[in-house]
Design a protein around this ligand. Structure first.
Ligand code: F3S
Length: 394
């Protein structure tokens, strides 16, 4: 791989041990995947934030980097944590978990990383532009950035994203190159998509079928950005889809080559089967919404449906701190709390310790959450649309 004079100096340790170590990681990655050079990135999103995911070794690694003075060079956001960073006590997150989670946040903060912990950074102040090179690491955010925005990112792991943040660059391979953004399979959707959960079920089914291919969808008439984020998140979870195109909707759909593609068709039958597979539970102990993190529109919808209602069981709406503040100002939080629900900021249900908090069956409208909760949180899952979920806990 071609390296500039400055990059050679980094590799020779002239910018310190941390820069050398992290840059070596990027060079190795570039060599493995045949990158020709390094390219600057506009922003980074770092995963590996929850104490549940990285435990003591990961925490100590981050603290060591922070002690050695590591600082990021570009706008860097964080993936969700395992709890609400401000409201964890009220929400009854375990004390020991909270103590360790806060240590992790301190380490990130001292590296100059914005401790906005969210999987929807594009809704919270980190919005890349079309064709901008970025290094993001949360799979639904990657999918949204590549597909809905047309920015360019590989599926970064925690360490490679952190290295990109500290160096401000990433190796030029994979989805950074136009030739690798071409669709490899056509997906004909021949069923109505009525509820948001339908997009999660569609994504869950298609991800399982296409694995890591790049789908080109036809037949999706009019999805909004919330529905596209749900579709992409589910495909990234059940398969490894990091980029998809939707005819008439996503920005690269008109530009890519889509002749003579292998084609699969999704009808109501496949959608119903996806619902059936995602449903492993009977009655939820808790309903958790906001996977990916809820937009203000999604929060307002929940508030509207819960106005004057009384919940028998907890309902969490996970979102970013920014969206929560907007929801507070608009009175949505108040409405949800009066009904007995909570807006939970900073948190990903999958990396939060819900199984240790006594929950066994979780109701979700997210194909991604439905895919992960049984394995990561030992949960049975009730997968349904928003109305049905809220009915089940009133
Ligand atoms: Fe976000 Fe966690 Fe879902 S990172 S997309 S809330 S699994």
């Amino acid at each position: 791989m071609y390296l500039t004079k400055e990059e050679e100096k980094i590799l020779n340790g002239e910018q310190g041990e941390v820069a050398e170590r992290m840059f070596r990681l990027l060079v190795q990655l570039g060599d493995i995947y045949g990158a020709d050079k390094m390219i600057p990135v506009g922003s980074v999103q770092v995963a590996g934030v929850s104490y549940k995911s990285i435990a003591d070794p990961g925490t100590e690694f981050l603290e060591d980097l922070a002690r050695k003075g590591a600082k990021v060079k570009v706008l860097t956001y964080l993936n969700p944590a395992g709890m609400d960073l401000e409201n964890w006590e009220t929400l009854k997150f375990p004390k020991e978990f909270a103590k360790n989670q806060l240590r992790i946040m301190d380490a990130f903060k001292s590296m100059g990383i914005v401790i906005t912990a969210t999987c929807t950074p594009y809704l919270a102040g980190n919005l890349p532009r079309f064709r901008e090179h970025i290094a993001w690491s949360e799979s639904s955010a990657i999918s949204f950035a590549n597909s809905v925005i047309g920015a360019r990112t590989n599926r970064e792991g925690g360490p490679s994203a952190l290295a990109a943040a500290l160096l401000g660059r990433t190796p030029n391979y994979g989805f950074h190159l136009w030739e690798n953004r071409q669709p490899s399979i056509k997906v004909k959707v021949e069923t109505e998509l009525t509820f948001d959960a339908d997009y999660g079920a569609l994504g869950y089914h298609v991800g399982k079928q296409v694995k890591n291919k790049i789908p080109y969808f036809v037949g999706i008439k009019n999805a909004d950005t919330d529905q596209l984020k749900s579709l992409g998140a589910a495909m990234a979870a059940s398969g490894a889809v990091a980029l998809y195109h939707v005819e008439g909707l996503t920005p690269e759909a008109d530009l890519v080559k889509k002749d003579n593609l292998e084609t699969i068709t999704v009808t109501k039958k496949e959608l119903d089967e996806a619902y059936a597979k995602l449903n492993t539970g009977k009655e939820p102990d808790i309903v958790i919404l906001g996977c990916p993190h809820a937009s203000l529109r999604e929060i307002s919808l929940v508030a509207e449906k819960l106005k004057g209602k009384h919940l028998r069981k907890p309902v969490w709406v996970c979102t970013s701190r920014m969206m929560k503040e907007a929801a507070d100002r608009m009175g949505f939080t108040d409405t949800i709390v009066k009904a007995g629900g909570q807006i939970v900021a900073d948190t990903c249900m999958v990396v939060s310790p819900i199984e240790d908090m006594g929950y066994k069956t979780t109701g979700v409208n997210s194909g991604k959450a439905g895919n992960y909760l049984p394995g990561f949180c030992k949960q049975n899952v009730c997968f349904a649309n928003l109305d049905k979920l809220l009915e089940a806990v009133q």
